[in-house]
Design a binder for this molecule. Sequence first.
Ligand SMILES: [Ca+2]
Ligand SMILES: [Ca+2]
Ligand SMILES: [Ca+2]
Ligand SMILES: [Ca+2]
Length: 569
Amino acid sequence: MMGISTWGTVQAAQPSEWVKGRLVVQTRAGLPDTELAEILKPHGGKSRRIGKTDLFIIDLPPGMSEQAVLSQLEHNPHLKFAELDAIVKPAFVPNDPYLGSEWHLAKIGATTAWDRSQGTGVVIAVLDTGVDASHPDLAARIVPGWNVYDNNSNTADVTGHGTAVAGTAAASMNNSVGVAGVAGAARIMPMRICDLSGNATGSSIAQALAYAADHGARVANISFGGVPGNSTVQTAAQYMKNKGGLVVVAAGNNGINENITPGTTMISVSAVEQTDVKTTWSSYGNFVTVAAPGTTIWTTTRGGGYGQWWGTSFASPVAAGTVALMMAARPDLPNTTIESLLTSTAVDLGTAGRDAYYGYGRVNAAAAVNAAVAATASTSDTQAPSVAITSPTGGASVSSVVAVNVSASDNVGVTRVELRVNGSTVATDTSSPFAFSWDSRTVANGSASLAAYAFDAAGNSKASSAVSVGVSNAVAADTTAPTVQITNPASGARVSGTVSVKVSASDNAGAAGIRQSLYIDGGLRATASGASLSYNWNTRKVSHGSHTIQAVVRDAAGNQTATTIQVSR
Ligand SMILES: [Ca+2]
Ligand SMILES: [Ca+2]
Ligand SMILES: [Ca+2]
Ligand SMILES: [Ca+2]
């Protein structure tokens, strides 16, 4: 295969733990399955697509070093990235449960926000250890989810972490029992992403995000450490965002600057104390989007009880619940507007403006919901994206699988780019950088016209200038012989006088390439090009008895077929 441009794959920081015998890759949009199989062939890897994304889990044969294969795959021009399947752990700080007040709700103004919204109609996917669906403060909130670890519908909580996270986001409010979640009228979609020890992976999170996005969740919460910098999760989060959702994640509990490049696919949440000071253990860095309460969070526990938990695991669902309140208050607002109002209404802490400890500031649910209610529909986006094909360039000669690179931007955000060849859409890419692997063997040799169409969430679209390329693929050798039939006279016929001998032939490569030869009793009598041959045979000059008529046809590639009949005079 050929790549006409080298697209540098992004190598993420190596995780401290990863799944043995497995990698995750993202292909360029449109890469044929057969080509991915070719790429994996030298290493014996087998691919499994994640949902409808371009992410693939690669299962390696026993004994194969995932790092060795990674070092090969990460330079392949048809892969956007390849990475180890990181193992991530719940971002909580264990503590003995004890009774206390839900200080975090007052801190973020949730009780004020509830006058306008309690989260009705919004589904929050809780990607975690499962959820105790029989808990009295959760039972009424649950919608069916999925266990991506075991690939079944059993989403029971295997460690207790997920039940605490779910209650923080959306425990039933005003039901005379237990606690209230931030969005106590929202629904919870339990997505179990971990093994029995609570360890999840980048690929299990991506599978759960793809599922949640395709099954009606508008918010996803991921309370695991080491998630914001994971390329696999970023790609799946963008998939969900393109469907109108928002993905909220814990910043982590390492208490250090994680040095993760800031991105736009997820809302990363650091944790603050009751005093609005970042906790000592909350991770931080320029990737942090907002802060939220994360200590002594009073919530539901597995088995029907209640307890207090610590960690960015609980700051994240406070923010996710706030997002759900905003979406419920204004279901018509685009997710990008919800996100910008969440950050613009946050209470600025620390140094003025966005900073590494608090992001845009500590979540303020009261102000955020008010801002959502007040947002006017006239802010809707009417500006189309701009888009150009950067590679290949016009006039390029291409063959086999061609790397097509597109640059696209928008005032709000490009949600997808379609590659059209001669007017037909051949592939769609929903994540930046927009890049395709187009199989040029699907069109005839000669000129082909490429165009990229970019779309934003509001449905505005723009076509790039067309790029005309010359397609030049080796034509497969013709190994199919022509067919031939003597249509007159009939085999076994008695002939007399002048007989019109007629031969008809055809070939897969077209009649123009056919050469015909007619023999009577072994002597060449006529030749012709094309599908038919006619010859007037004067039988008066031949002896009485049996005679042989043979037609031999040959195609342009030299494949030959003969047919023979006997007649008598
Ligand atoms: Ca309750
Ligand atoms: Ca600040
Ligand atoms: Ca736009
Ligand atoms: Ca042929």
